[in-house]
Design a protein around this ligand. Structure first.
Ligand code: S3P
Length: 446
C-alpha cells in the first residue's frame, strides 16, 4: 500500500492578510494520466512537458513501465515514454498499485482489459472502497474477465484482458469520463468500431489525445447534452508531443482563496479552459466573482487563459445538476465559497460525489459543520447557508481525500478562527506544491 495512506500529517490555516502574487497550478491530472497511457500504447517516443508529478500520475508511470513502456524523467515535468504499440503490452510481474488514484486505476483497467494479459490492481484504503463494477461490466462485455475481486467489485482485483477484444456500443449509466475512457482504451485493440454514448458530456481529454496520436475518433451530439463517441480499433498510434496545461481543478484552490480573503488580488496563469472542465468558473461568475481573463491562448490542443482574481462579495446561487460533470471535482471548494457568500447556495444532483476519493458529500457537510457553517444534504443536493463569513476553528476529517484537505485549508484562510485538517499528506497526490504555492501568496498555512 502507498506510504501516504499510513502517516497522517495534520495541517492548519490561519486567517490571513490579502493574498497577492502570480501563481501557476501544476499540470492537469487527467491529461497527465492519459499522456502516460496513450504514450504506452503508441509506437515510438512520446515527449511530455508540464506533466503533473504528483503521486497519482507517478503510480500510472510505474504501471506503464510494468506493462512494457520505457518511461524516463528528463527534467521538471518533462518525460519521455517509448511505447509498445496497441497489442504489444507485456504481462506485468508486479501488482499495479495505483495508490489513491481512481483515474489511473480505472483507465488502466481499460488498457489491460483490451489486451490478452492478466494484471492485479490495488491501491490505498480510499481506492479499495471505490466501485469498480462500472468499469468491469463493459470490459466483461468486451471479452475480459475478473479472476478475483474484493467484495462488491472492489480492489484488490485481478483482471484477465480479452483474448479477442469485442467492439461494443455502450451507453454509460452515469456521466463519467473514467467509464467512457476505459471502454475507448479497451476498444483500441478491438477490430472495427467501439462506441460510447453518454447522456451528459463528460471531459473529453481521451478523445482529443487519441486523435492527436493518430486515432480515428468521431464525436457527435447525442440528445440535449450528450455525445456519441466512436473509435475505430487497431489504429497506428504514433509517439507524439504532449503539452499539459495547468489543471483547473487545482487552480480552483488559490482562485477561490483570492475571492474569499479580503483585499486579495491574484493572477492564476495558464489555466486549461476546456469547456467540459470550467463549470466552477461559470458558477463563480454567477455568484458575482471578480475574475478577469487577461490572456487567452492554446496549449496541448486546449484553450488556456490567465485569470486575475480579486476578493469579491459573493451571492448564493442555484447550481443545476446538468453542470455537475463540468465541475465534478470542484464541489468541495465551491461549498467553501458558498459559506462566505450571502444567501443560500443549492448544489443539485451530487450523487457521484459519494464515490470519489471519499464520500465527498458527507465529508463536505461534516467539515462545514466543524467550521460552524450551516449546511444540509437533501437527497443528492447540498445546501449551504451563506452568511458572508465563517467562524472556523474546527478540524475537518479528510478521509484520504486531497480535495477535502485543500478546500478546508482555504476555508481557514478566511475564517475568524482559522481551520485545521486531520491530514494533508495526500495533497501530494494532485498538488505537491500546494503549501509553498499558497504561502508565496501570503497565506498562513502549514
Ligand atoms: C476524471 C474523471 C472524473 C473526475 C476525476 C478525473 C478523469 O471522474 O472526478 O477526478 O480524468 O477522467 P468521473 O469521470 O468518474 O466522474
Amino acid at each position: 500500500m502507498s506510504a501516504h495512506a499510513s502517516i497522517p500529517r495534520p495541517a492548519a490555516a490561519r486567517r490571513s492578510g490579502p493574498l497577492r502574487g502570480r501563481v501557476r497550478a501544476p499540470g492537469d491530472k487527467s491529461m497527465s494520466h492519459r499522456a502516460m497511457m496513450i504514450g504506452l500504447l503508441a509506437v515510438g517516443e512520446t515527449h511530455v512537458t508540464g506533466l503533473l508529478e504528483g503521486e497519482d500520475v507517478l503510480a500510472t508511470a510505474k504501471a506503464a513501465r510494468a506493462l512494457g513502456a520505457h518511461v524516463e524523467r528528463v527534467g521538471e515535468g518533462e518525460w519521455r515514454i517509448r511505447g509498445v504499440g496497441v497489442g504489444g503490452l507485456a504481462e506485468p510481474d508486479e501488482i499495479l498499485d495505483f495508490g489513491n488514484a481512481g483515474t489511473g486505476a480505472r483507465l488502466m483497467m481499460g488498457v489491460v482489459g483490451g489486451h490478452p494479459i492478466t494484471a492485479r490492481f490495488d491501491g490505498d484504503a480510499s481506492l479499495r472502497k471505490r466501485p469498480m463494477r462500472r468499469i468491469l461490466d463493459p470490459l466483461i462485455e468486451m471479452g475480459a474477465s475478473v479472476v478475483e475481486e474484493a467484495a462488491g467489485g472492489r480492489c484488490p482485483l485481478t483482471l484477465a484482458g480479452a483474448r479477442e477484444t469485442i467492439p461494443i456500443v455502450y451507453e454509460t449509466p452515469v456521466a463519467s469520463a473514467q467509464i467512457k475512457s476505459a471502454v475507448l482504451l479497451a476498444g483500441l485493440n478491438a477490430p472495427g468500431a467501439t462506441t460510447v454514448i453518454e447522456r451528459e458530456a463528460s471531459r473529453d481529454h481521451t478523445e482529443r489525445m487519441l486523435r492527436h496520436f493518430g486515432a480515428t475518433i468521431d464525436v457527435e451530439p447525442f440528445g440535449a447534452h450528450g455525445r456519441r463517441v466512436t473509435l475505430i480499433g487497431h489504429p497506428e498510434l504514433e509517439g507524439s508531443r504532449v503539452v499539459v496545461p495547468a489543471d483547473p481543478s487545482s487552480a480552483a484552490f488559490p482562485l477561490v482563496a483570492a475571492l474569499l480573503v479580503p483585499g486579495s488580488d491574484v493572477v492564476v496563469e495558464g489555466m486549461m479552459m476546456n469547456p467540459l472542465r470550467i463549470g466552477l468558473i461559470d458558477t463563480l461568475l454567477e455568484m458575482g466573482a471578480d475574475i478577469e481573463f487577461l490572456d487567452r491562448g492554446q496549449a496541448g490542443g486546449e484553450d488556456i487563459a490567465t485569470l486575475r482574481v480579486r476578493a469579491s462579495r459573493l451571492t448564493g446561487v442555484d447550481v443545476p445538476a446538468a453542470r455537475a460533470p463540468s465541475m465534478i471535482d470542484e464541489y468541495p471548494i465551491l461549498a467553501v465559497a458558498a459559506a462566505f457568500a450571502h444567501g443560500e447556495t443549492r448544489m443539485r444532483g451530487l450523487s457521484e460525489l459519494r464515490v470519489k476519493e471519499s464520500d465527498r458529500l458527507a465529508a463536505v457537510a461534516d467539515g462545514l459543520a466543524a467550521a460552524g457553517v450551516v449546511a444540509r444534504i437533501e437527497g443528492d443536493d447540498l445546501i449551504v447557508d451563506g452568511r458572508g463569513a465563517a467562524r472556523g476553528g474546527g478540524i475537518a476529517a479528510t478521509h484520504l481525500d486531497h480535495r477535502i484537505a485543500m478546500a478546508f485549508l482555504v476555508l481557514g484562510l478566511a475564517a475568524e478562527a482559522g481551520m485545521g485538517v486531520d491530514d494533508s499528506a495526500m495533497i501530494a497526490t494532485s498538488f505537491p506544491a500546494f503549501m509553498p504555492l499558497m504561502s508565496s501568496l501570503g497565506a498562513e498555512v502549514g
